[in-house]
Design a protein around this ligand. Structure first.
Ligand code: NCD
Length: 314
């Protein structure tokens, strides 16, 4: 019997082992049921204060961290670059020291800069949760995605997953590949050569130029957004060309096995990487990913802040 090592921060999937990931998924499974109650609140984190520090735009992640903390009865401070002294040029260190002086219990941070959450964790003595940093990591997205896969397909080990699209700019892809490999899934990246990261061979996954040959084998087709805000040159000729070669449309979806699922982290460029009929089809679990995101973020907050309980594993 070994005990699961307690979580101190959640900065990268690389910091987790398989037992810790399973503990997060199992905790989320228990907490998910709170969303189905008429009163969607438990007192677990009453008297604790969570700060959401969002220095880059976000809809789903920001709202779901907010709801997650509130469902656990924590007090929540929402802080964004716009409207704060960050827009007056205050340094990251001074912002961090200000947060420290407020006596917070946890900080959730999203930033354009890779490494910002790690840096913040060095200034603070409370848990830091990475809500997406640059091109680096987005651990709670990967956790909610594998949670969604496990709920639908009953397992993670041995699943065949293709991640299609703009891998180069995607922190989701980086976290997703690490989480899937850790849990024993088989991953293939599918992207135009210009949208693959330079050292992709070090990721330890298969790489394919197009999706068509893979589709009949897959359990999960994970579609990434074309991240135009991070593109400062032409990575492909046109959106129409991208959609034709790498976009997921009805005919491509029909090549999947009947039980295979289609996922996307959102926000979607409908008509580019995914067509509306695929996004809205009964194969798509995209809306459910958002619901599961709340349960995963509740589990992470609970384990980092409240749950000093440990779990025994065989
Ligand atoms: C992702 C992100 O911000 O990295 N979105 C999200 O958190 N739901 C993916 C993306 O923006 O494409």
């Amino acid at each position: 019997m070994t005990t699961v090592a307690p979580l101190r921060n959640l900065i990268s999937i690389e910091d987790l082992d398989a037992d810790q990931v399973e503990l997060i998924l199992d905790t989320a499974e228990q907490l998910r049921e709170i969303a189905e109650r008429p009163i969607k609140k438990v007192p677990t984190l009453r008297g604790r204060t969570v700060c959401n520090l969002f220095l880059e735009d976000s809809t789903r992640t920001r709202l779901s961290f907010d709801i997650a903390a509130k469902r656990l009865s924590a007090d929540v401070m929402n802080f964004s670059a716009k409207g704060s002294s960050v827009s007056k040029g205050e340094s990251f260190k001074d912002t961090a020291l200000t947060l420290k002086a407020m006596g917070l219990d946890a900080v959730v941070v999203r930033s354009h800069s890779s490494g910002a959450p790690l840096q913040l964790s060095r200034y603070l003595d409370v848990p830091v949760l990475n809500a997406g940093d640059g091109w680096h990591q987005h651990p709670t997205q990967a956790l909610l995605d594998i949670f969604t896969m496990r709920r639908h397909l009953g397992r993670l080990a041995g699943l065949k997953v293709a991640i299609v699209g703009d891998v180069l700019h995607s922190r989701v892809a980086r976290s997703e590949v690490q989480a899937l490999k850790l849990m024993g899934a088989e991953v293939t990246l599918v992207a135009p050569p210009t949208l693959l990261p330079p050292a992709v061979e070090t990721w330890g996954v298969e790489v394919a130029a197009g999706p068509d040959e893979l589709l009949p084998e897959l359990d999960v087709l994970y579609v990434l957004r074309v991240q135009r805000e991070r593109m400062h040159r032409g990575f492909f000729p046109s959106s129409r060309e991208y959609a034709r070669f790498w976009g997921i449309d009805g005919p491509r979806m029909d090549m999947l096995k009947p039980e295979a699922i289609v996922m996307h982290p959102g926000p979607m460029n409908r008509g580019v990487e995914i067509t509306g009929d695929v996004a809205d089809s009964d194969r798509s679990v995209i809306v459910e990913q958002v619901t599961n995101g709340i349960a995963i973020r509740m589990a992470c907050l609970y384990l980092l802040l409240g749950g000093h309980e440990q779990r025994d594993t065989d």
